[in-house]
Ligand binder design. Structure first.
Ligand code: AHR
Length: 510
């Protein structure tokens, strides 16, 4: 049977730039939740563990992903967390109930262990403070403990804990999802806005160069969206540098065309919040822009039902497996689409954290005491992180479209392009959402004389529900495909149905 093929086109112009890509859009997230920390980052006794108990196999993959920044320690967890429980001699640390996930937190791993892990994994910390059960003073205490060189009570306490140099953590989140009724210490926009503004003000009295993130909406489906952004930002505008957005995608209805189209909502979310940021800037007669830190995003639904039962029926154990979604090929396509959407908004989205990093809705999966594997979603993130650094270009696209249950005029093709001027490389990321039609892509390059394709990669396959496991780690894996030939500033490439594609070009210097 012959395959259906339709035409699509793309025009890229070196002079049509969106913005430099902030490498912090390739961030991730570690929460004290399930086996993210214990059994993920930290597992003394594991064959690959180092002297601090950090799993070496995990660190290797995090390095391979080039994760630029990691948000910590939550998430819902942070809204009940006492940071003091996680520092000092390990044998004296208190076990605490974590009400957010109904588990027992041993506090063996805390702030200093996290920062040390970040150094080993070639990444940087993004620290969240508890504005659920706690407030200004505890945030300032943690800041002094982490960032003051010495000579004050809390900086000397850090030194007495064996950490001589200050951590110099630059990016701080003012709480987590404070708009959510599930959050410990949930607040109205007015309550949160005031608290975040005063906390941020005091933190910047300590160090005006800190970068602060004010909580936005936990999803565009929240009843308080987008009034929450407007009202909170009117309080926090002077101290905040970013507004934090979160969004998770699901295929609960097992409707793949609709699932692949659902990232259009992300586009709308970012554009609406950008407008609110502009509105508040104008209202304040302000000079600075507020940028977006999209510090939780992913596909999340596979584990939800069993987790709810586990938390209800088997509470208060240490690091039980929770939120362990095993990702399919179609989930990876949605992750690719999300990354393309961030690149298309590189002028506003300056940080983004794939939630999360290990075991908990994560690209990396470990067996406690055993092996490790790259989940399907690992690959689009890897490609974007490694090849998507440079300047994001406007893409002028023509593509056939489709309608799904909730969306109309969904383009089959979605693209982003990043030009790395220093390396003289151009990378095109292209998704084909169609399940049965290949796209014959004609790409016109303007101002890229001498650029030639040198690598073409595709992630696709006959089974959209295929997954990777520790036993079968390579079920879903990118493959190299035939290089398109450039002729007179144009090339053609076939985008297979339901595929994620990366086409890399480099200037040939003769
Ligand atoms: O990432 C899992 C959870 O999702 C986080 O703890 C919370 O912030 C969000 O609701």
């Amino acid at each position: 049977m012959s395959k259906k093929i339709e035409n699509a086109s793309l025009v890229l112009d070196v002079d049509s730039k969106i913005s430099k890509v902030d490498e912090r859009i390739y961030g991730s997230f570690i929460e004290h939740l399930g086996r993210a920390v214990y059994g993920g980052l930290y597992e003394p006794g594991h064959p690959t563990a180092d002297e601090e108990g950090f799993r070496g196999d995990v660190i290797e993959l995090v390095k391979e992903l080039r994760v630029s920044i990691v948000r910590y320690p939550g998430g819902n967890f942070v809204s009940g967390y006492r940071w003091e429980d996680g520092v000092g001699p390990v044998e004296q640390r208190r076990k605490r109930l974590d009400l957010a996930w109904r588990t027992l937190e041993p506090n063996i791993f805390g702030t200093n262990e996290f920062v040390s892990w970040c150094k080993k994994a070639n990444t940087r910390p993004m620290m969240a403070v508890n504005l659920g059960t706690r407030g200004i003073q505890e945030a300032l205490d943690l800041l002094e403990y982490c960032n003051h060189p010495g000579g004050s009570y809390l900086s000397d306490l850090r030194i007495s804990h064996g950490v001589k140099e200050p951590h110099n953590i630059k990016v701080w989140c003012l709480g987590n999802e404070m708009d959510g009724p599930w959050q410990i210490g949930h607040k109205t926009a007015q309550e949160y806005g005031r608290l975040a503004a005063e906390t941020g003000k005091a933190m910047k009295m300590f160090d005006p160069t800190l970068e602060l993130v004010s909580c936005g909406s936990s999803s565009p489906g929240m009843p308080t969206f987008p009034a929450w952004e407007r009202e909170t930002l009117e309080h926090t505008y002077d101290v905040a540098d970013y507004i934090s957005l979160h969004q998770y995608f699901n295929n609960n209805d097992d409707d793949t065309p609709n699932f692949l189209a659902s990232t259009l909502k992300l586009n709308q979310f970012i554009e609406t919040v950008s407008s609110v940021c502009n509105y508040v800037k104008a209202k304040k007669r302000g000079k600075k822009d507020i940028y977006i830190s999209f510090d939780e995003w992913n596909v999340w639904f596979h584990s939800t039902k069993s987790d709810n039962e586990k938390m209800a029926n088997e509470p208060w154990s240490i690091a039980p497996p929770l939120l362990e979604d095993i990702y399919t090929l179609e989930d990876a396509l949605v992750v690719g689409s999300i990354l393309i959407t961030f690149l298309q908004h590189a002028d506003r989205v300056k940080m983004a954290c794939l939630a999360q990093l290990v075991n908990v809705i994560a690209p990396i999966f470990t067996e406690t005491g055993g092996g490790i594997c790259r989940q399907t979603i690992y690959y689009p993130y890897l490609h974007a992180s490694v090849y998507g650094r440079g300047i994001s270009l406007h893409t002028i696209e023509e593509s056939p479209k489709y309608d799904s249950k909730d969306f109309t005029d969904v383009p089959y093709m979605q693209t982003a392009a990043v030009w790395n001027e220093e390396k003289e490389e151009l990378t095109i990321f292209a998704l084909n959402r169609s399940l049965d039609t290949a796209l014959n892509l004609s790409c016109t390059l303007k101002g890229f004389e001498g650029y030639k394709p040198f690598e073409s990669i595709t992630l696709a396959g006959p089974d959209l529900k295929a997954v990777n496991t520790v036993r079968e780690p390579d079920n879903v894996k990118p493959v190299s495909t035939a290089l398109p030939a450039v002729d007179n500033g144009m090339f053609s490439a076939i985008l297979e149905p339901a595929s994620w594609n990366v086409i890399r070009l480099k200037k040939e210097n003769r």
